[in-house]
Design a binder for this molecule. Structure first.
Ligand code: PMT
Length: 407
């Protein structure tokens, strides 16, 4: 039986009929040796009592943000940080909406906003609420924020309707908790990984710029995966609107020139991964005033080439041990990627098809091909998170034999 001994879980119980199942969840966690602290939302008190939960957990159950005794014994910030994992079950539509928008108007939502620990939610609600565009948006936001989701399951609801919305069973939630708390290998501990992500913005005048459709999602996922494997992850990011990934140091830049300077400043590193969609050209002479319509036709812009960041770092004296480029192609994907591998002097190119209907720019999925001197390896369609995790695991394996040979 997998143990949770030494682990501490903060269980936040939302106000839904599924709250009754948390008695069994608390019992299962305690059987595995976890310390379980509980916050009951105001609405949850209508379904379960602090007394029953305190008896099962052997700990005081917290209910109110403004209880002075609780703040003296253990403030809400400490309550959420002392845990190894926060579990929200049942996660109601209302509680998830608060989480997605960063609201903090009671103890449950305040603890969730104040935490720096991983969070697992087990949604439970009526099927129409689960399928409402607002809930879909909120769940997507939570996933982007790194929140893990277990369930909901299909089945008959307390309201008599049928469909997805039933909270996952206590043993399924326990399995997700065990998975999230299991010790992870940290093969990149002590290693520095520099990642570029997002687009660059090349100014034309104070209000206009040249850029592209990169959202930064693939690069941010790679930075998260590098940090999860124990690396010091440095993310040199063009302008994007994504949440800061936990455990990653983000260095914001705008132009290709700034991105190059930031990357050079971060060398030496063990691995560098260039996912950014860098503008190949910039305007030769940026106007310091807004360009005006003159009546004599549109202005002509002279473009000059930007530095190639990947090629520059690949050929520098401080070259990282492993240099990975990406290739965004719209035709003859692997053929063009193989050419880039040679031209840019990197160890690996991750090629992806970014044709208009591929949905790669800004989407959550990617189909990549790994192009190296050894040949081409095709990966199946995956989420960008899975591409990131698989790629980082592969790079960690490549780094370790190199290191053993050097010793
Ligand atoms: O950001 P997302 O919406 O998640 O989309 C992900 C992505 C499509 C941007 C990503 O998967 C990707 O393909 N990134 C590379 C985009 C690109 O600019 O490809 P490229 O073929 O033009 O460039 C090849 C390589 O050279 C890339 O590693 C690029 O970062 C690098 N490069 C290019 C030009 C330049 N001046 N400097 C560079 O370093």
């Amino acid at each position: 039986m997998t143990t949770l001994a030494g682990k501490s879980v903060l269980l936040i119980i939302g106000g839904g009929i599924a709250a009754y199942k948390t008695h069994e969840l608390v019992r299962l966690m305690k059987t595995r040796g976890a310390a379980v602290r509980i916050i009951l939302s105001k609405a949850a008190e209508q379904f379960v009592t602090p007394l029953s939960l305190a008896s099962l957990s052997g700990e005081k159950v917290y209910t109110s943000l403004f209880s002075l005794t609780d703040e003296v014994e253990m403030g809400h910030i400490q309550l959420s940080r002392a845990a190894d994992l926060l579990v929200v079950a049942p996660a109601t539509a209302d509680l998830m909406a608060k989480m997605a928008h960063g609201l903090a108007d009671d103890l449950a939502s305040t603890a969730l906003l104040a935490t720096d620990k991983r969070v697992l939610v087990a949604p439970a609600m009526n099927v129409r609420m689960w399928r409402h565009p607002a809930t879909i948006r909120n769940v997507e936001t939570l996933k982007l924020d790194g929140v893990a989701v277990v369930g909901p399951n299909d089945g008959e609801m307390a309201c008599g309707e049928f469909g997805p919305g039933r909270m996952a069973e206590p043993n399924e939630i326990l399995a997700a908790i065990i998975d999230m708390l299991k010790p992870r290998a940290q093969p990149l501990a002590g290693k520095k990984v520099v990642i570029t992500a997002g687009p660059t913005r090349e100014p034309i005048d104070p209000v206009r710029f040249i850029s592209n459709h990169s959202s930064g999602k693939q690069g941010y996922a790679i930075a998260r995966a590098a940090a999860d494997l124990g690396a010091e992850a440095i993310l040199v990011s063009g302008p994007v609107s994504l949440p800061l990934p936990p455990g990653v140091q983000v260095m914001p830049v705008e132009t290709a020139q700034e991105m190059l300077e930031m990357c050079e400043g971060e060398m030496p590193a063990d691995i560098a991964i260039f996912t950014a969609a860098v503008a190949d050209w910039r305007v030769a002479a940026e106007s310091h005033e807004k360009l005006k319509k003159t009546g004599s036709g549109p202005p002509s812009l002279t473009l000059i080439e930007n530095p190639d960041i990947l090629a520059t770092i690949s050929r520098s004296a401080k070259r990282p041990r492993i240099v990975v480029g990406f290739a965004a192609e719209t035709e003859r994907v692997t053929e063009h990627a193989a050419q880039k591998l040679k031209n840019k002097g990197c160890d690996l190119i991750v090629a992806n098809d970014v044709s208009r209907d591929s949905g790669v720019f800004g989407g959550d999925r990617n189909t990549v091909h790994l192009v190296s001197a050894a040949g081409v390896e095709d990966w199946p369609p995956l989420s960008k998170d899975d591409v990131a995790q698989k790629l980082m695991e592969r790079l960690a394996q490549m780094l370790v034999p190199q290191q053993k040979a050097a010793e």
